[in-house]
Design a protein around this ligand. Sequence first.
Ligand code: ATP
Ligand code: MG
Length: 461
Amino acid sequence: MENNSIVLMQRYELGRLLGQGTFGKVYYARSAISNQSVAIKTIDKSKIVKSGQAERIKREISVMRLVRHPNIIQLYEVMATKSKIYFVIEYAKGGELFDKVSKGKLKEELAHKYFQQLVNAVDFCHSRGVYHRDIKPENLLLDENENLKVSDFGLSALADSKRQDCLLHTPCGTPAYVAPEVLRRKGYDGAKADVWSCGVVLFVLLAGYLPFHDSNLIEMYRKIGRAEYKFPNWFSPEVRKLLSKILNPDPEARISIDKIKEHYWYKKGPNARQKKPVVENNSVSPSGSIPFDQCNESDNTTAETNEESFVPTSINAFDIICRSAGFDLSRYFENSFHKREERFSSRQPASVIISKLEEIAKWLRLKINKKEAGLLKLVSRKEGKKGILSIDAEIFEVTPCFHLVELKKSNGDTLEFQKVLKEDIRPALQDIVWVWQDDQQEPSEQPQQQLQTHEQQQEQS
Ligand code: ATP
Ligand code: MG
């Protein structure tokens, strides 16, 4: 190690530089406690603040905890100092996939394996409401067994602010992997945009070069916008069919991940008649992963039939991050007594959560002033120190049987809010709460312990 005298937070020995990203550097490191190899991604807070994305990035961090998959670089913990944020992540020993491609195109069989792994990872994240939006070579890494690991899932805000940067100034990265609708900078569907990027990746793996390329950026945008590309003559008819469906400039008409997974080439690969696909065991099965795995179908149906008039906001996991627990960095900067909102996750269907909130409102003699998609406004009948206390309870659906609920003071005195929450509401919610955000361990405490606890939690669930 070059810098083995540097020990970060007394816990990680920093080693060699692995790479440089837009927002900071990535180092190899080793845990001083367990000796485990990790990568540490450093991000300059000032760069994020400049890009005006600080809040969103904070939010996005904790969702990464929700996505655990064999083909996704895992986030172990997040640490912060005044000027920097450190992401401690799984180390991908094999480096970038595209170092391989730069040496020449891959055999169809190998490209097929990586494509399956990529699609599995992306599909898994989408099922949790997480969109990558920055799938590109630098974010596709390999582990020591030559398996694909997608990095930076959940950091889409970084991708976004960088992209804005790209459009304003020029020579920052290439938009080669970005879907046309994203370049048009209108609202877009993160899932469809990721599908496009997966298609570009597949093309590059098989061709050894980019489908859309031009030294003139404007020209390149034009090509992407019209999906102007040519297949090299060695592309098989099956893979051509699949790619034409993926690289469709109209996101509405573009093939979905489900349909990709049903596609002949995806399923069978190039050697369909001789042998099975290379990666069969890599279907979406993160061992003992997050609670949604145990989604109870019958709960879903009840939730849906009873709740026609009260549909919880479908949460994009990028919104979750601030609401979800664990890596909310605000705890480093805020005094929790002044908190104006509390969040918990629940494994109950929305109908149960709503009835519970209504029951509590009744018991506390709070009026329910508003009931609309995913939102209940609970309002006190008496004047408090700073006006009438009003609490918004907002329910976000992650999956039909996994919700995040935010209780937020929308009017009145914060201390009164804290008191009623602590003394009445929290205890009354006990049987529907899975985890309160606060009850998660501080990320800066003993990382290995934290990991174990999290692991144990998962095993139990
Ligand atoms: P961006 O700023 O858009 O994320 P990037 O992906 O190039 O760009 P980083 O994510 O900061 O930037 O990563 C920089 C480089 O560090 C990567 O290209 C990769 O080579 C290396 N790297 C990143 N994460 C890991 C990891 N977990 N294990 C090994 N190497 C990594
Ligand atoms: Mg990256």
